[in-house]
Every structure is written in structure tokens, then in C-alpha cells.
Design a protein around this ligand. Structure first.
Ligand code: 3PG
Length: 207
């Protein structure tokens, strides 16, 4: 299965910010134990590269990707560490081009029909809708489905257990993602059982 189809079959992709790379493998194991063996590890901390490297080395079956990738250099560092896909909050043609040249699946963020058109012109049909809830959530997705019937979206930003199913019921939603599966306090306390439980609940809601 290719990476995009793996994300589609998971339906829910944990977005994880790791402060301590020593925790990275434990977090990934907790996600996998809850039925979600994938994560977008965000470049919002200095620990991101090492966290990705540790997960990739320890858990080869775990689908680790990089998030908050803002430029080609960050994409390169993520991929060299072992990231198997790249996600960005916005649309940067240079980052997309770098990933395409290196055959790395890339999912840039879009907010407007114009950005969808620019991304399509660069050959992409899977895009991140971010911040999905601010943009109008499922209503915006319905509006986009008319002109862009071939585009599928990874929706993040404000997706929660209360609205997850509504997003996933939209035919143009590839998957949803979010930080709610790895709350900062659970990570600080090393409460892996809670992380796994949140994953189980999210998976059940997404079926
Ligand atoms: C992301 O990078 O995709 C978002 O920060 C996730 O948004 P959330 O915190 O609302 O889940």
C-alpha cells in the first residue's frame, strides 16, 4: 500500500509534538497499541528530527511523517531522519518540488480555491485543509467538492471527537488529523494508556 492509501485506511492521523526525543518511541508504541500506527511529528520543537529518527529506526512498520515542514531544507532533514511523508500547514511550491523530486509523498496545506488550483497545477490531488474548522469545516469541504471533484483532503485544525465523524463522512476527506490524541499533559506524565485509549476512541468514531 502506498503512503497516501495507508493514511486513507487509517482515517485518523495523530499530529504529535515531541519535546523529549527519549519519549518518541514510547509515544509511537502507544499510538500503535491504540490502533493508529502512524504520526505526523511536527517541526515545532528541536526534538523533531531526532524523534523521527528514533521512531523510524525502532519501529519500521510505523508510518512516521513530518509536519509543520515550512521549506525544502526542513523537508530534507525530515526525510534524511526517516520521515516517509511530509505535511505542511501551507502551500510552498519549493517544498512540494523538493519532495516530488525525491519521490516523497507531500501534503501541503491549502485554505482557498486558488491554492487548490496552484497545488493541482503542480500535480497534487491530496492536500491538507488547515485550519479546517476555521475555514468552515464540512461546509467548506462540500463547497470544494464541486469544482475539485478529484481532490481529497487531510483535515486538521480543530478536529475533535465531537466533529470527527462529520468530517470523515464527507466523500472528499482522505483522513483527519489532530493533536487531541496526544495531549501535552499525557505526554508530560508518560500516560501511554490514555494515549492508546484516545486512539481507540478516535478509530471507533471514524469507522
Ligand atoms: C496541525 O498542525 O495539523 C494542527 O496543529 C492540528 O490542529 P489541532 O491542534 O487543532 O488538532
Amino acid at each position: 500500500m502506498d503512503v497516501i492509501e495507508e493514511l486513507a485506511s487509517l482515517r485518523v492521523v495523530p499530529v504529535v509534538t515531541i519535546e523529549d526525543p527519549g519519549q518518541a518511541v514510547a509515544v509511537a508504541e502507544a499510538l500503535a497499541a491504540g490502533g493508529l500506527p502512524a504520526a505526523e511529528v511536527t517541526f515545532r520543537t528541536d526534538a523533531a528530527v531526532e524523534a523521527i529518527a528514533r521512531i523510524a529506526e525502532a519501529l519500521p512498520d510505523f508510518l512516521v511523517g513530518a509536519g509543520t515542514v515550512l521549506n525544502p531544507d526542513m523537508a530534507r532533514r525530515a526525510v534524511e531522519a526517516g520521515a516517509r511523508f511530509v505535511v505542511a500547514p501551507g502551500y510552498d511550491p519549493g517544498t512540494v518540488a523538493w519532495c516530488q523530486y525525491h519521490d516523497v509523498p507531500v501534503i501541503p496545506g491549502v485554505d482557498t480555491p486558488s491554492e487548490v488550483m496552484a497545488a493541482k497545477a503542480q500535480g497534487l490531488t491530496v492536500l491538507k485543509l488547515f485550519p479546517a474548522s476555521v475555514l468552515g469545516g464540512p461546509t467548506f469541504l462540500k463547497a470544494l467538492s464541486g469544482p475539485f471533484s478529484d481532490v481529497r483532503f487531510m483535515c486538521t485544525g480543530g478536529v475533535r471527537p465531537s466533529n470527527e465523524a462529520e468530517y470523515l463522512s464527507q466523500p472528499n476527506v482522505l483522513c483527519v488529523g489532530g493533536t487531541w490524541l496526544t495531549p501535552a499533559d499525557a505526554l508530560a506524565e508518560g500516560d501511554w494508556a490514555r494515549v492508546s485509549q484516545l486512539c481507540r476512541e478516535a478509530k471507533a468514531a471514524g469507522l
